[in-house]
Ligand binder design. Sequence first.
Ligand code: UDP
Length: 305
Amino acid sequence: MSLYLIPGGAGFIGSNIAEALLKEGHRVRILDNFSTGKRSNVPADAELFELDFTDLASIRPAFEGVDGVFLTGALPRIPYSIDHPVESAQANVFGTLNVLVAARDAKVKRVVYSASSSAYGGQETLPLHPDMPANPLNPYALHKYIGEKNAEHFAKFYGLETVSLRYFNVYGPRMADEGAYVTVISHFVRQKKAGASLTVHGDGEQTRDFTHVADVVRANMLAMASPRVGKGEVVNVGAGQNFSINHIAAIVGGPVEYHPGRVGEARHTRADITRTKELLEWEPTVEFEEGLREYLRSQGIEPGG
Ligand code: UDP
C-alpha cells in the first residue's frame, strides 16, 4: 500500500485516478482549491487538503510521507487562457513548479505530470510524435509545455523522478459540464439537452484524437510504476485515431449551427503512441465511437449517426 497525492484530485481526470487508486487499496490525498473541481468528485475515503497550489508554503504539509504525486491540477482550456493569460500562467506554470519543489523537498519518489498534446500546436505532419519540436499556439499550450520542461529539469538537476503524459482530448464520466469553458462533447451534450443547435466552430472538419478517461487513468498507473521512465520522458496518451467535429455532431444528433473558427488552435491531432507502448506497455482499449455512444446514453441522449 502506498500514499499518493493528487493535486487537482477533485477534477475530472484526478478524481478518476483517485477512485482507481483507492480500489487498488492505496491511500489517497487530494489537494484542490475547487476552482474547477467539484466537492462531489472527492471520494469519501480520500484525505482532502483544500489548498491552492500557487501558494508553496501552504501546500508543503500535504506532501509529507507521500510516495508518488499525480499532478492533474491545472487551470484548463485554451479559450480561458487567451482571456486570462496571467491566471493561466500562475496555475499552470507556477502551480506546477510549486508542486515539483514541494515533492522534491519532501523526498517524493515520482511525479506523473498531466501534460497536454496542445504542446504540438501546428505541425506539418501527422501522427504527432514527442520528438517533434513543440509549437505551442496559445497561452495554455505554452504554460503546460513549460510544466513539462520543468518536470524534465527536476529529474536532471534534483533526481526527482518525473514523467509527462501528453493527453489528447479526454472524455468520459465526470467530465466538466459547467461554465463557459467546457470541452466540445460536454458543450454538445448541454446544447442537446436544452433542445438547442450544436455550435460548431469553423467548418467542423478539424479533427481531434479523443481518449477515454479510463485509458488515461491506466496510463497514469503504469507511468507511476514503470521502471523504464522517471527521467522526464514525454509520452503521448491518445487513442491514435482522429475524428472530425462534424462527425461528433452527427453522433450527438440534431441541428448544427456554424460559427467562426477559433483562433490559436491546431487543425488536426492524432497521437503516435509507439513510445508509450514501449515505455509503459500501454495501449488504448476504448474505441471512440463506442465510448462516445456510451457516454451519451449515460447523459440520457440516444446517439444518432
Ligand atoms: N468546438 C466546436 N464547438 C464547441 C466547442 C469546441 O466546434 O462548442 C471545436 C473547437 O474549436 C476545437 C474542437 O472542437 O476544434 C475541440 O475543442 P475542445 O475545446 O473540446 O478541446 P481542444 O482541442 O481545444 O483542447
